[in-house]
Design a protein around this ligand. Structure first.
Ligand code: TPP
Ligand code: MG
Length: 1072
């Protein structure tokens, strides 16, 4: 049989009279259309190789086959044999066997041909059939991609249009998921279709009738769960999710789990009902309408615990917080109830409202029988602000536990719907989720989506269809679920925990629920949402719905449900009675990050020395000045070689510049086993190209060398990491990191100091006030480049005045001078503010953070031009053993030797000192003007300031600063110097502790943490805090201001004006 014969053989099967075009269509497949197909609609399209140029090839194959049947592929052999034997077109061809393993859904087309249309019998494949299959594929895909739009997510059943005017909600389901139905009609419902690889609805079936396919898809995607995942770029991850929702029977729950779920719901509901009854007029931001949150969190925890997680770090807003504390963390009910009782505090701290407090609990997880740790991080009212803090704390726990993949420590973040979409920090936090030094290897987010934010409807509070859309930026799958379908919620929780375990990526559970009461319990929701609340009033609580369901299924009896309810009610009543006998509340009960062992055995008023041995200085500096050990292979930038050489010159001269002062502080701590972590924008090199902690191979990508990480074989790890371009999230993250381990120096550096204002909430609500509110300490360091360098308004000021304004020391009270004055001040204040003028002092102040027996935040105004200023260097002599941080650097030049002849004593801080000193020198008045640098501004070094003033009794006192008068330190310094100078002040010593109005004694924080240091009530005078008293104006010496005048803007944008201002400032300060 030659080519002509092959073709004629095939053509012989075409019915007589068929037009040529139809024959062609019949041979190679033409326009689709049931009516237009040539009769009979055979399956010649299954042999498309017979058309066009392929026929030459066919002929060659045929000739080869004739010569030796084995010389052609098996499929050709079969084809020619069948054709020779008289097979019908379409029947002779058999697809060649695949070289690959058959795929999951692989079904040879030929084998399903009979299944495709049973009614017609052996109808072969046609274009129609293929197109119908493609349509079915399209339908499957549409359900996967858009099924969530028509899922029954809202327990209120309010037409979404009423809440949101956006289009998806108005689409009829047919358009959303069945637009491919134009080519398939209802009569096709019984036809079977081969299932594509992209679905799991078949289970073990490879083909299913269309109606069954659709039913299963609707079950998976359009009932109580709406899955958003098709935007995820990873096919593996998409398939994983499909399998978790589509597999037949995957959501089935056994009876035992159903009963557990009911019991948990009972507690969740019972807790709120009990509080509502006992404290009806108290705000508690109850969970009513989303009681499922408690079983949901417990399910996530159970499942994750069974997958190996041992510690859960959680952040959450007000809604349902008390319920979570009690029923998820098992915080003693008495502690919660006493918060309602209006009792005095029995320990340190100003405390916080009950729905902001944190907790830390260790307990047995009964389901898995494993011990777990649960922490809820205390947070301010500022919604979502705690998110990055939780991430940082989680990351730190993972880091210190060597949990490099996040298998042991998991963060869970709870959100409200309005806050999740409204607060930018959510987005900023998501962007940390995959960064190497910031990832927590996946967070489980749970949104309590009660479809309202205070009094505002979603259509007025966001522009995205869902409140969760922000999570799409990191390809996190989003599981929307109707909170009134408890079993669906449990399924989603399991999948979320599994997802996080499998892929170590974020995932979102969107609990679509409602809020049964107003924003809080004393709020009237009918003012603003009348229709919604009419609907809500008709709804049964979910506990009733679910109990009814389980009773009707025969899983539990009505008596049993009552028994479970009564048992919990009894527990609540007993705890309530016990709480009544309490007379005080204790802030210590609410600590979220206990540092076990840290305070033990320490003298609360003794810091270890900060100076280090010269050998250590030399070793670290040399390493810091050296190329990598494999220098010959590691190509360093020429500019860096120069920097390293100049560093080596400094080592030889036993001096350090700013970068080396910082490096040797870090290095010496690392040597002592203290982890150091420096994070912020471009910190690895340093914004001002001075640091260069990470050297980059100029020829090999990602080949880097970090000298400080390679100082000693047994040193602590050094982390230096460029961050995302966020201040709010990154500062929050570092704060969280610092909360986990007090034996770590954690630093955040702002690119320029003024950018700290976009992290203001972390500064105000956490760093400044955290210890007072939550008795939680942190030694976090903020490095804020600050200084007027003529760079314009936005790069000059770290807003020193704000930090000083927030310090908690009283300007009108002179603390009692004593040998431990300095450390006592540090322990009493909320944070330390410093503006160092020498690298040596920077070295000490950084090391002092760890040397202190407690932790305080440290805010440092760091320099820019001083980084390279030839005078701004320190000798090793200033850092060796026996040296320490100088709170003020007194005059040491000629004026110091001419005390009586000094006409003016200038106090200043930071870089302006160098300008003043240079101008003084130029004016030749070094012996008549003394300049003292205030290096630690807060707490104010009263003792040393006074000492300095006394030294020059006839000197006029001047405060000189480069900042404008309404900025900088002036308004902080002025009243304090007045207080320091007031010799006549009458300092009244008080009793050991201030007694409250009812005569109860309250402890200070150090008494709480260091009880052994306070065995009796007899106090040394030195440890007695002074009583507040009204200031008496100083009538002795007055402090004059020499600096820029007031201004609205931090600095001029005009270089010339800047120069003029500097000149004026120096004249004001120095003109005698
Ligand atoms: C940053 C911030 N802005 C405003 C508020 C005031 N506020 C408290 S709760 C709330 C509504 C929050 O709505 P949502 O996030 O949906 O949580 P829900 O109360 O509905 O659970 C608002 C506006 C706040 N606490 N924090
Ligand atoms: Mg809400």
């Amino acid at each position: 049989m030659n080519r002509a014969r092959v073709l004629s053989h095939l053509l012989s099967r075409v019915p007589p009279g068929t037009p040529v075009t139809a024959v062609r269509a019949w041979l190679i497949g033409g326009a689709r259309g049931k009516a237009s197909a040539p009769p009979p609609p055979t399956a010649l399209a299954a042999e498309p190789f017979l058309n066009g140029s392929s026929s030459n090839y066919v002929e060659e194959m045929y000739n080869a086959w004739l010569h030796d049947p084995k010389s052609v592929h098996q499929s050709w052999d079969t084809f020619f044999r069948n054709t020779s034997a008289g097979a019908q077109p379409g029947e002779a061809y058999m697809a060649p066997p695949s070289l690959a393993q058959p795929t999951r859904h692989h079904v040879p087309l030929s084998s399903i041909a009979p299944a495709i249309s049973p009614a017609v019998g052996r109808t072969p494949l046609t274009d129609n059939v293929i197109d119908d299959h493609l349509a079915v594929q399209g339908i499957i895909r549409a359900y996967q991609a858009r099924g969530h739009l028509i899922a029954a997510l809202d327990p209120l059943g309010i037409d979404r249009e009423a809440l949101s005017e956006r289009p998806p909600s108005t689409m009829p389901s047919r358009i959303v998921v069945r637009n491919y139905f134009d080519s398939i009609d209802e009569s096709d419902m019984d036809r079977s279709f081969k299932l594509p690889m992209s679905t799991f609805v078949g289970g073990n079936e490879k083909t299913l009738p269309l109606k069954e396919i659709i039913k299963r898809l609707e079950d998976a995607y359009c009932r109580s769960i709406g899955v958003e995942f098709m935007f995820i770029n990873s096919l593996e991850q998409c398939n994983w999710i499909r399998q978790k929702f589509e597999s037949p029977g995957i959501m089935a729950m056994n009876q035992q789990d159903k009963r557990l779920l009911l019991a948990r719901l009972t507690r969740s509901h019972g807790f709120e009902a009990f509080l509502a009854r006992k404290f009806s007029s108290e705000k508690r931001f109850g969970l009513e309408g989303c009681e499922i949150l408690i079983p949901a969190m417990k399910q996530v925890i159970d499942r994750s615990t069974s997958l190996g997680v041992e510690s859960f770090v959680m952040g959450m807003p007000h809604r349902g917080r008390l319920n979570v504390l009690s029923n998820v963390c098992r915080k003693p009910l008495e502690h919660i109830f006493t918060q309602f009782a209006g009792l005095d505090t029995g320990d340190e701290g100003s405390g916080d409202v009950k729905y902001h407090l944190g907790t830390y609990q260790e307990r047995l997880n009964r389901v898995t029988n494993k011990n777990i740790r649960l922490a809820i991080v205390a947070n301010p009212s500022h919604l979502e602000a705690v998110d990055p803090v939780v991430q940082g704390k989680t990351r730190a726990e993972q880091f210190y536990h060597g949990d490099s993949e996040g298998n042991k420590v998991l963060s869970i973040l709870l959100h409200g719907d309005a806050a999740f979409s409204g607060q930018g920090i959510v987005y900023e936090t998501f962007h940390l989720s995959e960064l190497p030094e910031y990832t927590t290897h996946g967070t489980i987010h749970v949104v309590v989506n009660n479809q309202i934010g205070f009094t505002t409807d979603p259509r007025m509070s966001r522009s995205s269809p869902y409140c969760t859309d922000v999570a799409r930026v990191v390809n996190a799958p989003i599981f929307h679920v109707n909170a009134d379908d408890p079993e669906a919620v449990m399924h989603v929780c399991n999948v979320a925990a599994d997802w996080r375990h499998t892929f170590h990526k974020d995932v979102v559970i969107d609990l679509v629920c409602y809020r049964r009461n107003g924003h809080n319990e004393v709020d009237e929701p009918m003012f603003t949402q009348p229709l919604m609340y009419n609907r809500i009033r008709k709804l049964k609580p979910v506990i009733e719905l679910y109990a009814d369901k389980l009773i009707s299924e025969g899983v539990v009896s009505a008596e049993e449900t009552k028994e479970v309810r009564d048992r919990y009610e009894k527990i609540l009543e007993e705890a309530f009675t016990a709480a009544k006998s309490e007379t005080r509340v204790f802030n210590k009960h609410w600590i979220d990050s206990p540092w076990s062992g840290f305070f033990e055995g320490k003298d609360p008023l003794r810091a270890t020395p900060t100076g280090v041995h010269e050998d250590t200085l030399t070793h670290i500096c040399k390493r810091f000045a050296s190329a990598p050990p494999n220098a010959s292979d590691f190509v360093i930038h020429r500019g860096l070689q120069r920097i390293l050489s100049s560093r080596m010159e400094m080592v030889k001269a036993r001096t350090v510049d700013w970068a080396m002062g910082e490096a040797v502080a870090f290095g010496s701590l690392l040597k002592e086993g203290v982890h150091v972590r420096l994070s912020g924008q471009d910190v690895e090199r340093g914004t001002f190209s001075h640091r260069h902690h990470v050297l980059h191979h100029q020829k090999v990508d990602k080949s880097q060398y970090n000298a400080l990480a390679n100082l000693y074989p047994d040193q602590a790890p050094y982390t230096v990491c460029n961050s995302s371009l966020s201040e709010y999230a990154v500062l929050g993250f570092e704060l969280g990191f610092s909360m986990t381990n007090p034996n770590a120096l954690v630093l955040w550096e702002a690119q320029f100091g003024d950018f700290n204002n976009t992290a203001q909430c972390i500064i105000d609500q956490f760093i400044s006030s955290g210890q007072s509110k939550w008795i939680r300490q942190t030694g976090l360091v903020l490095l804020l480049p600050h200084g007027m360098e003529g760079m314009g308004p936005e790069h000059s000021s770290s807003r020193l005045e704000r930090f000083l304004q927030m310090t908690s020391d009283d300007p009108d009270v002179l603390p009692a001078f004593s040998s431990d004055f300095a450390i006592r001040q540090l322990s009493d204040i909320n944070w330390i503010v410093a503006n160092c003028s020498t690298p040596g002092n920077l070295f000490h102040v950084l090391r002092r953070q760890i040397a202190l027996p407690f932790r305080k935040p440290l805010i440092i105004m760091t320099p820019k031009s001083l980084l390279r200023h030839p005078e701004a260097k320190s000798s090793f002599d200033d850092m060796v053993e026996g040296t320490e941080f100088q709170r003020i650097i007194p005059e040491a030049g000629p004026a110091a030797k001419n005390e009586a002849g000094v006409k003016r004593l200038i106090f200043c801080s930071g870089k302006v000192y160098y300008d003043l000193a240079a101008a003084r020198k130029e004016a030749g008045i070094e012996d008549s003007i003394a300049i003292a640098r205030v290096e630690q501004i807060a707490p104010f070094p009263y003792d040393l300031i006074k000492q300095e003033c006394d030294k020059y009794p006839d000197a006029e006192l001047v405060w000189s600063q480069e900042e404008h008068k309404n900025m900088g330190a002036w308004s902080y310094i002025q009243p304090r110097i007045a207080t320091a100078l007031n010799h006549e002040r009458h300092i009244v010593k008080c009793d050991k502790v201030a007694n409250d109005s009812e005569g109860h004694e309250s402890q200070s924080w150090y008494e709480y943490w260091f009880p052994w240091a306070f065995p009796t009530s007899s106090q040394t005078e030195a440890s007695i805090p002074p009583k507040r008293e009204t200031p008496i104006a100083s009538d002795t010496r007055v402090l004059r201001y020499a600096g820029r005048p007031v201004s609205a803007s931090p600095a001029t944008g005009n270089k010339k004006t800047h120069t003029r201002e500097v000149k004026q400032l120096l004249e004001d300060a120095l003109a005698l």
